[in-house]
Design a protein around this ligand. Structure first.
Ligand code: NAD
Length: 331
């Protein structure tokens, strides 16, 4: 049984090859992103494996089905890039990895907060230049600050625990309040109240309800100078609106691991290329903006879990058309 990987990186090969020993799939790693232009790379494969920026739209689903593909395995949690209706209509089964080391992403959100706040990235470069001045490096204590968490699923819960541990007051907004979180002192409030926190961290999925959740109106509900962290999906934030808010000082700090147009940029070395995306160039020019290129998931533990779960789910679906982990099954 063959699985064709799209958007494959060297680390995908390392981890998937390591955990494929017992299952014995034929693994074919392609660097190309999946789209209508690249779906032609699929041949003689029962399954394909895709990542966050591969585009699985109706036309791609139709072609995959015609080529005999049975299973699409997402080696990630989010599935905003998949047309689930089209997949179902074309008889494709789709699985994802619903919860792999949520701590990996929650800890990266903390890394963004601490770096933006205490400016360790600037201090590191300064000291290497023998500049031991502290001017411009002033931060604030996290202890006692209010943190607003939007989405308290697997990652949001882990993030709430971390921030409680640091002595923060944690306010949360979710469509469903979580009792475990309430028992550790997380307070659920309407969105407007959560947006008034000192630090806001986004941990909800991207869908029709959450697209541009952070827009001119909701930015207006934020405390002047607040910090916004997005490790979830770029489309949650209206890039033009956040740029204006940074220029006016309404938003004081921005830490993002995801970006709305990231599929044209992330996971590649573009250091010798003239980047045509003026919006990210403007964001990169702010001293109070920190951008990482979708690396929050990137830990040993998470990659091991992604590889084992993806291979096991693909195996189960191909062998029995059933999946023991229902949360992993999308269609
Ligand atoms: P999850 O499904 O466990 O939790 C999502 C939570 O969001 C749920 O509690 C859900 O009720 C809530 N939610 C849904 N709609 C909402 C809304 N309109 N407003 C507020 N809350 C809402 O998902 P998770 O595993 O915690 O992952 C969250 C997101 O993180 C994923 O959707 C994915 O996009 C992103 N992610 C990013 C990385 C990365 O490397 N940067 C890695 C993994 C996941």
């Amino acid at each position: 049984m063959k699985i064709i990987f799209f958007s494959a990186q060297a680390y995908d090969k390392t981890f998937f090859n390591r955990y494929n020993d017992t299952l014995g799939f034929e693994l074919d790693f392609q660097e190309a992103q999946l789209s209508e232009q690249t779906v032609g790379l699929v041949n003689n494969a029962e399954a394909i494996c895709v990542f966050v920026n591969d585009q699985i739209n109706a036309a791609v689903c139709k072609q995959l089905s015609e080529k005999g593909v049975k299973v699409i395995a997402l080696r990630c949690a989010g599935f905003n890039n998949v047309d689930l209706e089209a997949a179902k209509a074309n008889g494709l089964r789709i699985c994802r990895v619903p919860a792999y080391s949520p701590e990996a992403v929650a800890e990266h959100a903390l890394a963004l907060i601490l770096t933006l706040n205490r400016k360790t990235h600037k201090a590191y470069n300064r000291v290497r230049e023998q500049n031991f001045s502290l001017n411009g490096l002033l931060g604030f204590n996290l202890h006692g600050k209010t943190v607003g968490v939007i989405g308290t699923g697997n990652i949001g819960k882990s993030f709430c625990r971390i921030m409680k541990g640091l002595g923060c007051r944690v306010l949360a907004f979710d469509v469903i309040a979580n009792k475990d979180m309430e028992s550790i002192g997380v307070e659920y409030h309407p969105l407007a109240e959560v947006l008034a926190a000192d630090i806001i961290s986004l941990h909800c999925p991207l869908n029709n309800q959450t697209k541009h959740l952070i827009n001119p109106e909701t930015i207006g509900m934020m405390k002047k100078g607040a910090m916004l962290i997005n490790t979830s999906r770029g489309g949650l934030v209206d890039t033009k609106a956040i740029t204006e808010a940074l220029k006016s000082g309404q938003v004081g700090y921005l830490g993002i691991d995801v970006y709305e147009q990231e599929e044209h940029l992330f996971f590649r070395d573009l250091s010798g290329v003239i980047i045509q995306d003026d919006e990210i160039q403007r964001l990169m020019s702010f001293p109070n903006v920190l951008i990482t290129a979708h690396q929050a998931f990137f830990t040993e533990e998470a990659l091991s879990q992604i590889a084992t779960n993806t291979l096991n789910s693909t195996y189960e679906l191909l062998k029995s058309n059933k999946l023991s982990n229902q949360a992993a099954l999308l269609v």
